[in-house]
Design a protein around this ligand. Sequence first.
Ligand code: NDP
Ligand code: 2IT
Length: 440
Amino acid sequence: MDGVQKRNPGQPEFHQAVHEVAGTILPYIAEKPIYHKMQILERMTEPDRVVSFRVCWEDDEGNIRVNRGWRVQFNNAIGPYKGGCRFHPSVNESVLKFLGFEQQFKNSLTGLPMGGGKGGANFNPKGKSENEVMRFCQSFMTELCRHIGPNTDVPAGDIGVGAREIGYMFGQYKRLTNKFEGILTGKGLEFGGSLIRTEATGYGAVYFLQSMLEQTGGALDGARVCISGSGNVATYAAEKCLHLGAKVLTLSDSGGYIHDPDGIDGEKLEWVKALKNVRRGRISEYVAEYPGAEFHEGRPWSVPCDYAIPCATQNEIDVDDAKLLVKNGCKGISEGANMPTVVEGINVFQDAGILYGPSKAANAGGVAVSGMEMSQNSARISWSEDELQKLLLETMQGIHDNCYSYGEGKGKDGGCDYLLGANVAGFVKVADAMLAYGVQ
Ligand code: NDP
Ligand code: 2IT
């Protein structure tokens, strides 16, 4: 950890992600001297490369705007670099390195041949016109296109990057290279996208929770669920909760959260999806449409619930939020967002002995279906929705079982330590591939 902090000054999110993994991996590799001798964990903390570049674009008033873009190619030991792109003003090298670091283990857990990477820009899509977003995406891809390829690096969406942005970026790649190839996932169905990629992360996070509940005898039917965020992951996590009979009480955005004591049903959820994807509005508008609900500033964790599914951003559950959730009777967390809980918050959940599904396992459904999109593009075929739904469910159950096999009996009172399970299960495959390649 000292070395990581020294080599990466001013990158707290990256330190946090490494700390969380190292804390569970170090005891595991203590008994496996070869990993230590070959410095595998240390090599995993150093990205293969970080590309940063200027993204220039013209706004609607004719002003020239300058942003910074990045692609962090973390590790391609088990497959081409793979991971999303985030457009948000908070994006910096620390955030993208934490995300890329996590992604290498997450992608390994899916069982598919994908390495880890992440990219994005400090661009704020909020308040931008369609044309401004298009020009930004085109400019971003004009540089990014030299660093990616179907067998090299395959980006996808993340915060601020959805179907619209992927369409603009794919179109620009095609135009610049004169190649129609699977260099992005999350594409539109008309141009090589896969069915259920949109739903996959949110559905997957709920399947992971369901698998954990099967071990302990809990159920989602009739349970109260708090969800944060109101974007891609949050809305589809909510949808799957509804399919399984749960009552969804909250959604949020960076302005605050809504609490609907009657539950956010299917019709209300469709309204939220249109609000976010079509009108690009704010979650606070929900209470005008549904007066039974309340809007509050801050985060939704003070609302009593049986299960919580954070689906907005990193560090959105601090130690006080974690204590409050436990105090109010929350029995399980499944992380849809990446690293949404601070390290001390994770300790609170684990000390309380409640179920804790860490992000690299619980939200792997999105990248798993991205991997399936890559396969479909390579074979120039498309699988049916039924096939993909079954594959997603089986993949999430497989990830759960893999984590369980390493974490069983290692948690409080003999429960499963899913954090340890996910870290070790994700680590082993990447580590063994790196061993095979020798020193590099
Ligand atoms: P979206 O852009 O679709 O939605 C993000 C949501 O989170 C919005 O409601 C947004 O509110 C809110 N949010 C973002 N930043 C903050 C912040 N700093 N404080 C409070 N709220 C915030 O992104 P996704 O749903 O795709 O991603 C959500 C999370 O899931 C991220 O952590 C992402 O890394 C992770 N993830 C996404 C995957 C995917 O397939 N898309 C796969 C795996 C993980 P506002 O509109 O106000 O910004
Ligand atoms: O964090 C993630 O796993 C994603 N944003 C999805 C990555 C992908 O390549 O589909």
